[in-house]
Design a binder for this molecule. Structure first.
Ligand code: NG6
Ligand code: CA
Length: 513
């Protein structure tokens, strides 16, 4: 009898443990950098241009969204919104962060990782940060880099502090620059530190990759960057090794935390400039370094999945694959991206890309994968990286405080591919910083509102570049995905409704019901 009750107890507790496990799956968000809708095989990239078998496998065995978005067409605002669930235009200074930028997300603000921590998760960010570090005076590179990820809900960080075309090329592990020799302090600044400091202007002939605009300050690894730095030599990495290092660190972290529910934000730098993948990927695509960087990104995805399989965690891990903004050809270096583009369409069926409020700027790849839990297929539900905070809170049973994550919608059922699930009904797209330009999509209607700039199409052709844009324009995406025919005059009532609705969302400070 005693044996049977012991057996019963064991069975019951293993069922409970199993249930707890599936309630709280591990979560990995893989965010690519500057990856466009058409940049991977499962979204239409042709194999002669590049192959992405690992990402395609996620899509084939998971859910591929045809209306997946990031919230902005540059990096910092999308990442800010992904972590806080708040549109970046609501907060000052959420344009592209400079090398010495202070922490943009303040401790105490509810974030995606802080919510998951309340659900009992162990959390980490490994990869590109680009959300500032330190107090109002910016990062103390030789001291404690606080506040940073650890002050807003991450237990562990292994970062590239800004973006790799900006200085410095060092890893930040928790609060410190890794391998920093105190005898060789790291200095980062906006002005040339000495008249003889070599730069992309003075030593242009020595560069292994020439710059095309900006990016002509301090040289490291044969590549000149935005901003200046000296010292910290022992801490500096090679661009070619970034992806390998982050995969290695992620595998180690996953293995260490295999018994807890964990959340990993794997923040790849591919395919941001300078596109300098590891040597073994050179020439692996038909598109030069830009395509080779996609191949490297795909390799990273494969390695992470392999680790989950090896540790038997795959059935209990939800992976979300997404991008931080649309594609760009020449983003400041002569890496041949535009010249080698051929028939590849990085923005898929859309126009525009990075920096623009055209669909190509934010309408990007979005895949969810959770073997056994997500019905395989394609979803046309509208979902956005900004929704992950509220959705993961719902998934893990954490109550979302009323004023937290004000623009994050719970679209968890849509992410899981449940029948009758709802996506979002509308999305505000922004370019960079505050007071810039907006896209606003509701169903098939798309409003463009240009408060400050002109249309930009930095991707393949310059068809739309510097075309003056009216302050407001209206498009019907059901027959005009390229946003070429402004039909504002034919639909004055729709235009008016869309304008007012967007303004209400901006004024209300919150769009979540
Ligand atoms: C721009 C840079 C561009 C890139 C971008 C940020 C110049 C001329 N252009 O200012 O190269 O770094 O900022 O990209 O300097 S993001 O994906 O991180 O937002
Ligand atoms: Ca980016």
């Amino acid at each position: 009898m005693r044996f049977f009750s012991a057996l019963l107890f064991t069975v019951a507790s293993s069922i409970i443990a199993q249930a707890a496990k599936t309630d709280k799956p591990n979560i990995i968000v893989i965010m690519a950098d500057d990856l466009g809708y058409g940049d991977i095989g499962c979204y239409g990239a042709k194999p002669e241009n590049l192959k992405t078998p690992n990402i395609d496998k996620l899509a084939a065995n998971g859910l591929r969204f045809t209306n997946g978005y990031c919230s902005a067409s540059t990096c910092t605002p999308t990442r800010f919104s992904f972590l806080t669930g708040k549109y970046a235009f609501r907060q000052n200074n959420t344009g592209i962060a400079p090398p010495n930028g202070p922490a943009i997300i303040q401790p105490g603000v509810e974030t995606l990782p802080s919510l998951l921590k309340r659900a009992g998760y162990t959390t980490a960010v490994i990869g590109k940060w680009h959300l500032g570090l330190g107090g109002p005076s910016g990062p103390d590179w030789n001291g404690n880099l606080k506040p940073g990820p650890r002050e807003i809900g991450f237990d562990f960080n292994y970062l590239l502090p800004t973006t790799n075309d900006r200085v410095p090329q060092v890893y930040v592990v928790n609060h410190r620059v890794k391998n920093l020799d105190p005898k060789d302090p790291l200095w980062v600044g906006r002005k040339k530190p000495s008249p003889d400091h070599p730069t992309g202007l003075t030593h242009r002939n020595s560069l292994k990759m020439d710059w095309s605009h900006g990016h002509n300050s301090t040289i490291h690894n044969g590549i000149s960057r935005i901003g200046f730095y000296t010292g910290g030599h022992a801490a500096r990495f090679r661009d070619e090794d970034l992806a390998d290092e982050w995969v290695k660190q992620s595998n180690k972290w996953i293995e260490t935390n295999r018994d807890n529910p964990f959340f990993l934000f794997f923040s790849s730098h591919d395919l941001h400039v300078p596109r300098m993948p590891h040597e073994r990927f050179h020439g692996t695509s038909g598109l030069g370094f830009r395509g080779d960087a996609v191949v490297q990104l795909d390799w990273c995805v494969g390695e992470l999945v392999k680790t989950l399989d090896r540790l038997k965690l795959s059935d209990n891990t939800l992976i979300v694959f997404c991008s931080d903004n649309g594609p760009v050809g020449d983003d400041g270096y002569k890496d041949g991206a535009l010249e080698k583009m051929g028939n590849h369409r990085p923005n898929g069926p859309f126009s525009g890309g990075k920096y623009s409020v055209l669909e190509g700027g934010t309408h990007t790849p979005f895949i969810t994968y959770w073997p056994g839990k997500i019905a395989k297929g394609t979803s046309n539900k509208m979902v956005c990286t900004i929704d992950l905070a509220a959705s993961f809170a719902a998934l893990t049973g954490v109550e979302l405080p009323k004023d937290a994550c004000p623009d994050s919608f719970d679209v968890m059922d849509a992410l899981l591919g449940k029948e009758d699930a709802k996506g979002r009904r509308h999305i505000v797209q922004q370019d960079n910083g505050k007071g810039g330009n907006y896209g606003f999509r509701v169903g098939k209607w798309k409003l463009q509102r240009h408060d400050s700039k002109r249309k930009r199409n930095t991707v393949v052709s310059n068809k739309l570049a510097n075309t003056p844009s009216p302050r407001f324009a209206l498009y019907d995406l059901s027959n005009d995905q390229q946003e070429e025919n402004n039909i504002a005059d034919q639909h004055p009532k729709v235009l008016d409704r869309m304008k007012q609705r967007l303004q209400r969302i901006i004024d209300a400070g919150q769009s979540r019901p």
